[in-house]
Design a protein around this ligand. Structure first.
Ligand code: ZN
Length: 159
């Protein structure tokens, strides 16, 4: 799988999903009645406007998983954030699956995105949120940024 690069329209911000991360999404795509999967996203900032996602984690056993919902675990997540930081990877945001071909956030997702941004300890201007659907990527991906008040959907730069 080749890396995918997304951007916000009218912005110089670039988000790169590396092959490693795309493979983790693909392996957890919600096909055949599986429960929702999800976890955290980690990576680096090669430049101030570039967010490079190098690792997707989860789902870990502390999460509660249902067909249409996943409940992350703040303590487990913070432990993971600390451990990844020791390895030089920054917490960038979260991902989860939907049993849909082309995923879009539910009203509850938008609330969760906002509370994750507000309640997590981080120094991000915006947190990355990815939803993984069942279609081949990039069509089967929803990629967005969440700040204190708004969600912005990102698009492929050359589509
Ligand atoms: Zn969702």
């Amino acid at each position: 799988m080749q890396e995918l690069t997304f951007t916000a329209q009218g912005s110089s911000l670039v988000v790169t999903l590396t092959p490693n991360v795309l493979a983790h999404f693909e392996a957890n795509a919600q096909r055949g009645g599986r429960s929702e999967a999800g976890g955290q996203l980690f990576g680096t900032f090669p430049a101030p406007n570039i967010m490079k996602v190098e690792k997707a984690t989860g789902p870990v056993s502390a999460y509660r998983r249902f067909w249409n919902r996943i409940i992350l675990n703040q303590r487990a997540d913070q432990r993971e954030i600390n451990a990844e930081f020791e390895k030089g990877l920054h917490y960038l945001g979260d991902w989860h699956t939907h049993p849909a071909t082309i995923p879009t956030p539910s009203p509850m997702d938008y609330q969760t995105f906002q509370s994750r941004f507000q309640k997590s300890t981080h120094e991000l201007h915006a947190m990355l949120m990815v939803i993984v659907g069942t279609n081949p990527f990039p069509g089967g991906l929803w990629v967005g940024l969440q700040n204190n008040s708004i969600s912005t959907k990102l698009v492929l730069p050359y589509s």
